[in-house]
Every structure is written in structure tokens, then in C-alpha cells.
Design a protein around this ligand. Structure first.
Ligand SMILES: [Zn+2]
Length: 381
């Protein structure tokens, strides 16, 4: 950001300038654009990190490559890995972050025009942002339908299947059912295109926790009008934010950033109260039940057992296949090395979720895709 360029609308080109703009009632309509970076502090697992159990768990599911879990063709053949993942990520297991509550606060203040999220975790909804204010650009677990006849499937039955790790089938045509999460190769929801004009109408644009590396979402902040301030709350500068005279950068983690912004607006207490209300009820109710730690330990033991089970199954499966079909398996056959997604020369379709050419799952889970040739660095989150 070239700070020597004077702002045209803000009094000062910093957090205080944005807060003053809001306090003066100039930000009557606000669009917010977010990515996985607002959910990492909620504990939503980071796929790419080899350290997370989830990644290791996926590796044990015999996926040809990690993204296969979000590949519609692979899903048709083998839906089980996706449902194992869905079991881990299904809404209800994670608490919204204070950043999610901040978006809710903007709504309560009457100024949230629209939230555009790349996240599928539904934490914005759980923080109390109404569904009609949210564009889930990459879909979410909020709805599910048959992949063949497109019939809607009941939420409660879906929840039961995901809990039980069984595969739901369409009541009409017996086709596979999946949550309306946008898989690679699938078109974005029409809601994305129907609301794409809104950034241009807003008085303020807030971008948080996204690497803006996945199109067409990444182009949304550019649609904000010249002369309307934009603020980026993120670990790093992305998407050309900072290039306009009324852009403000607030680098660092999102939760710290929104607390600073809320404080400058005089909203911090209100924000903390909203967030406190998202705390799980068990934690607040004393009783003869198990303590939180005991429950956590139970959960960990259960997960460990499940992982061990998949590992054993997977080994058993491999041995069985290798034992019975030795001549069909090339010596160097490795699930990780020989079936990378083909991204070279693939056409760009503006309405279709783009495959990340570096083969990560940043479009869903990670705030800051850093594998643009500069090397991986996951330890500083
Ligand atoms: Zn069907």
C-alpha cells in the first residue's frame, strides 16, 4: 500500500479512518467477502497440513490424490471418502469465531448488504447471519440433493446418514445424494451470479481471511466502486487490495483485526457479548454429566479408533489387491505420485470452480494459499 497516496473519501488511510467512516453513517451498505481464514481459529481442519489428523485420515482412504474427495467423477465411483470427510466437518461440531459474530453484528446494525463466503462450514449461519444475507459461493452443507435428478433430500435424514457414515440415496431415482457443496468441475450456485452486482452498490467492502486465489470469487473485491473504501483483514496482502487510495490493510489474524475494528467503532462490548452467546451450552451448565475434558477425551478416543480402523481396512484392502493382482500393478504405483490432477492447459470457465493448479484445497479450507512457488509454510498460522 502506498501510504503517500492521499485518500479521497476517508479522512485517514487506516483503521481509524474506516471506523470514522462507519461511525459517521457513511457505510450504510457493506459487502463482506470471506474465506477459510475466518474459520481456522474455530478449528476447522486444514487439509493441506500433513500434521493434521484429517489429512492423514484422507491418505488412508486410498484417494488417488487429496482433491479427489471433491471431484464429482470420483464421487460417482466412490462416495465413501467424501462421507468420511463430511462426518468430520458436518455443521454443529464447531463454534463460530468472533469474526463470524462480527458479520452478524454488521447485520444487526442494519448495514450488511451481503456476505460472500467461500466456506462450506455454515459458521456464518450459526453465528446468526440470516441465510438470505449469505451467498455461499462454493455451496454448503445447508442443503442437499440427488446428483442425478436434482431432487432435494431431507436435512434430517442427511444428518442421520452422516452421523452413521452411511451413503444416502435419492428416494426418487436411487441416485447418490450429496450436500450442495460445489465440487471441482461443477458450476457455482446461481445465487453467486444473481448477487454479483452488489459489491458495486455497497458503501464499504470488507475482505477477510482469504487468499483470493480461486476464481471467480477472487474478482469480487474489484467490483467495488472506485471511491468506496475497502478494508482487508488478512495475514497477507492479496488480490490487489491496497492499490486504491481508499484501501486500508489490517494485516494479521482475523479475530484480532475485527476486535480492533469493533473497538474503533465503539462496538467491542457488543461484539464480545454476541460471540459469548455462541458458546456451547454444555460448557455453561454444571451437572453430574461428564466434564468437557472427559467428553473431549472420549471424542479423541473414538476418532483414534476410527482412524485405526480405516488404516487397517486400507492395509487389508491394499494387500488383498496386491496379492490377487500382482501383475496389474506397476512397481512404482503410488497413490500420491502418479495421479495428480491434470491442470495444465485446462480452460478457464468463469462459472465453474477452478481447480487450483497447485493441487491444494485452499478453495475450501485454507486462508492463505502459499504454494505459488514460494514454498510451503504452514507453521505460522
Ligand atoms: Zn434422484
Amino acid at each position: 500500500m502506498d501510504e503517500s497516496v492521499p485518500p479521497t473519501v476517508l479522512t485517514t488511510r487506516n483503521l481509524d479512518g474506516i471506523a470514522e467512516y462507519i461511525r459517521d453513517g457513511k457505510a450504510r451498505t457493506i459487502t463482506v467477502m470471506v474465506g477459510a481464514g475466518i474459520s481456522t481459529s474455530a478449528g476447522i481442519p486444514d487439509f493441506r497440513s500433513p500434521d493434521t489428523g484429517l489429512y492423514a485420515n484422507l491418505a488412508r482412504l486410498d484417494l488417488p490424490y487429496a482433491e479427489a474427495v471433491f471431484d464429482i467423477d470420483y464421487f460417482r465411483e466412490k462416495p465413501e471418502p467424501f462421507y468420511t470427510l463430511a462426518h468430520e466437518l458436518y455443521p454443529g461440531k464447531y463454534r463460530p469465531t468472533i469474526t463470524h459474530s462480527f458479520i452478524r453484528l454488521l447485520h444487526d446494525k442494519g448495514s450488511l448488504l451481503k456476505l460472500f463466503t467461500q466456506n462450506i462450514d455454515c459458521l456464518e449461519r450459526e453465528a446468526g447471519v440470516p441465510g438470505d444475507k449469505i451467498v455461499e459461493a462454493h455451496g454448503s452443507f445447508a442443503r442437499q440433493s440427488c446428483i442425478e435428478c436434482k431432487s432435494a433430500y431431507p436435512q434430517e435424514e442427511m444428518r442421520e446418514h452422516i452421523e452413521a457414515r452411511t451413503i444416502p440415496r435419492c428416494h426418487g431415482c436411487n441416485g447418490l445424494v450429496k450436500p450442495e457443496i460445489v465440487f471441482f468441475g461443477e458450476a457455482l450456485p446461481s445465487a453467486f451470479f444473481d448477487n454479483r452486482h452488489l459489491p458495486e452498490e455497497a458503501d464499504l467492502c470488507i475482505v477477510m481471511g482469504t487468499s483470493l486465489s480461486v476464481q471467480p470469487f477472487a474478482s469480487l473485491p474489484q467490483l467495488a466502486q472506485q471511491g468506496k473504501p475497502r478494508i482487508l483483514i488478512n495475514q497477507e496482502v492479496v488480490g490487489g487490495l491496497g492499490s486504491r487510495p481508499d484501501d486500508v490493510l489490517l494485516l494479521g489474524d482475523c479475530d484480532t483485526g475485527v476486535r480492533k475494528l469493533a473497538k474503533a467503532c465503539g462496538w467491542l462490548e457488543e461484539l464480545e457479548a454476541l460471540w459469548a452467546a455462541t458458546a456451547p451450552k454444555e460448557a455453561a451448565e454444571p451437572g453430574p454429566e461428564k466434564t468437557k475434558d472427559e467428553k473431549l477425551e472420549d471424542e479423541i478416543n473414538k476418532l483414534t479408533a476410527e482412524i485405526d480402523e480405516s488404516l487397517n481396512l486400507s492395509k487389508w484392502h491394499q494387500e488383498k489387491v496386491r496379492g490377487s493382482l500382482p501383475s496389474l500393478l506397476p512397481k512404482n504405483s503410488s497413490p500420491e505420485s502418479d495421479q495428480q490432477p491434470n491442470s495444465s492447459g485446462s480452460p478457464s470457465f468463469d462459472n465453474v470452480l477452478h481447480h487450483d493448479p497447485n493441487g491444494n484445497l485452499g478453495h475450501v479450507f485454507l486462508a492463505n494459499a502459499r504454494d505459488d512457488g514460494k514454498g510451503k509454510k504452514d507453521s505460522d498460522e
